[in-house]
Each structure stands twice: as C-alpha cells, then as structure tokens.
Write a protein that binds this ligand. Sequence first.
Ligand code: S3P
Length: 439
Amino acid sequence: MERAVAQVARLRGEIIPPGDKSISHRAAIFNAIAEGEARVTNFSTGEDCLSTVRCLRALGAAIDVAEEPGGLSLSIAGVGGQGLLEPSEVLDAGNSGTTMRLLAGLLAAQPFLSIITGDASLRSRPMDRIVQPLRAAGAQIWGRQGDRLAPLAIRGGNLQGMEHKLPVASAQVKSCLLIAGLYAGGPTLVEEPAPTRDHTERLLEAMGARLTCQGTRITIQPSDQPLQACDIAVPGDISAAAYWLVAAAVHPDAEIIIRNVGMNPSRTGVVDALREMGADLSIEDVRELGGEPVANLRVRSSELRAIEVGGAMVPRLIDEIPVLALAATAARGTTVFRDASELRVKESDRISNTVALLSRLGAKAEELPDGIIVHGGTPLQGTRCDSVGDHRLAMTLGVAGLVARGETIITGAESASISYPVFWDEMQRLAKGLPTKAR
Ligand code: S3P
C-alpha cells in the first residue's frame, strides 16, 4: 500500500495512542500460564500482539478478544503452571521478535515439541542469543544456520537454574530467560549490561513470582505455585506516541496533546532526548495505571538543537532512534547516536535504512557502525520512499511527509499496522485539526 503525505500548514489535536505493545505481549503470555481468569483492557491493536494471542491459543490457552472503542479487551482463562498443550501446528510469530523470543523461553520449559517461525524479516534476525543460554539451561533447541536463525524447533523440559550474563542489552532476551526460569530446578540470575525495559519484572512480581532485582542483576526463583491471574489496564504506547512528539516538535505551527502515555522510566528516553534538544514538551497529570506510571504529554512547535545519544540512554529509546534522527534533521548542529548497533538487527537494518531514507529526503545523514550522524538544518523535500516493510520506518516517513516540501509517497505504508493500525487515519485527522474520537 502506498500513502501520499502532503506538507501541512497546521497540526493540532489530541491523540490517545494504542496500548503499549511490550506490556500487551507480557499481559497475554503471563495470564495464559496463570491460575484464574483475567481481563486485559487497552490491549495493543498491533498485529504483533495478535501474533502472540494466536500462538498462545495454539498452545491451548482460551483467549477471547473483544473490540472496544479505541482498543481491544482480552478475557484470558489461564491454564495454570503445567497446562499448556503440544501445538499441532507450527507457531507463527509473524513480524514479532518479542513473540518469538519470549515464547521460546516458555516453550523451552514445556515437555513437548514445538516449532516457531515468523516472516522473512523475523527469520533473518539473530536467535542464537536465546538458543545458547536456553541450551545451557538444559533445553533442546535448534535453529537454521547453526542455530542462529528461526524457525526454531524446541523440545523443552527439565531446565536447571543458571547464571546468564547478557552480551547485549535486550529486554527480549532477559524476559525469555526469566520466563524459562519460572520453571527451572533452581534460581536463574540474569545480568544485563545496561538496564532495559522492566515490564516483565513488574508484571511477574505483581502475579506472585519470586523475583529480586539488584541493579542490573535479576534473580527469579522457581515456584510450585503458579502465577496468579491479574487484570491489567495497559498504558498507552510511548513508542507510538513518539511519532506525534516529533511531528509537533519539528512542525512550525503545531500543538498536540497525547493522553494516557506509559511513562515507565526504562522507556522515556525519547521524552528526555527531545527535552534535551529544547522541545517544548510538558508532562501533565502523572498517575499510575496497571502498575506503571502514565501521563499526558503536550508538545508544541520547537526550536531544536543537536544532542549526543549513547551508553545507557540507548535501551531507553532504542525503537525511537529513527524518528529522533528525523527530529535531528530539524535541529541546529550535528546530532550523534552511538552504541546502537542493535538497530542493525531490528525488523530491518535501521541504521542503514534510516540514513538512506533521510538522505533521500534531502537530509545530511551518515552511517556509523553502531549509530547515525545527522547534520541538522537542511529542509526536507518530499519524494517517493520505500519503508522496506518496517513499521517504525513507515511511520517516521509519515512524520517527515508532514514537514517536507511537496508530497512524500511512502510505499509499504501498511506495515504501520504491526504496532499502530490507525496511524494513517490519526495523521489525517491531526492534519485537518479534527477532534479525537471519544473513548
Ligand atoms: C522489546 C524489546 C526491544 C524492542 C522491541 C520490544 C520488548 O527489543 O526493540 O521493540 O518488548 O521486550 P530488544 O530487547 O531485543 O532490544
């Protein structure tokens, strides 16, 4: 699908982003293996989270999905600690790394055979980072090309407790190993090189798991008691909100309010980075929802300046680097993103693709092995751009289209539905200054 986005004179309105994708995956998985029934509201409408639901159903979990105004609600009847069934079909994680990696941790502990695959993008992403530690914990697990790539075949069971020092900061790998640790014969300790999103820890703890966190060292104790079902109201996705934060900041006549945004400190790097760049961004009405902080964010047209992003900041904004690189094209000075080589193994190589797309739009951007350099202050010129089927690049291009001269034509625009199915409708609404649909 192609989308044409024309430069707009004014950007005004309110947004209620979809439910957080990371929290939605975890809410579904943990309640599926819990004891009792749970309702998850504001579940992400993105395709990725529906992939998780389909896989869990294939494993015997009873999950009803109902459409409610603005979101989905799930009713989950947990199967309890030992209740999953051998799937009679190949599990399909679609485009979703979180589905594949978190479920692999679960499957590695089940006494049956399962095979999990995904689309061409997911089948090219590194899986050795989970295969090796799961094997060290006692699972039988194989993948293509020397166990590096999916499909993965897993015959689980009889895991031992282990200590794992993660070579890369990855919440997906951490979560995979903690989930496996729920079923291990002894404690499982995971140490991360830098803190990553902690939704797994928060939710497992709320559901009764025996978990201790000391800085970047997390230990989970196996338990005879299954997790206890837990109703969850999922906060809005800050990674979806990021597109509107940047759109308002770079547009010369904009004001956007984004409501109900998840403000977990492990995810708010995009807010911190934009504020450091000088964005007129206020955080309003901070409150708690589903064990996570949420707030409303108000952003207005801003004069941005360049910043440097690296180190422990990177996991806090890893998915937002493409759209922040777009913001950097409007900033005074040279912005540098470093320590982000993980971007090369996301849904696409987001270092080379972001640089190629911004350059195509007239920006001055360069690749580093582990990052991106953007020389700001060059106006963008609309043209035809291919999102290469990567949802975050498609949405970044959409935002670029709002400020680039003329028209930006985005091919593969449908990929936005991986995390944000109504993204293009919302963009049109903001460009026309129409009110949000009430929820
Ligand atoms: C996610 C973790 C991040 C992020 C992804 C979602 C999660 O991946 O990029 O979109 O839900 O745990 P890594 O943990 O592999 O960096």
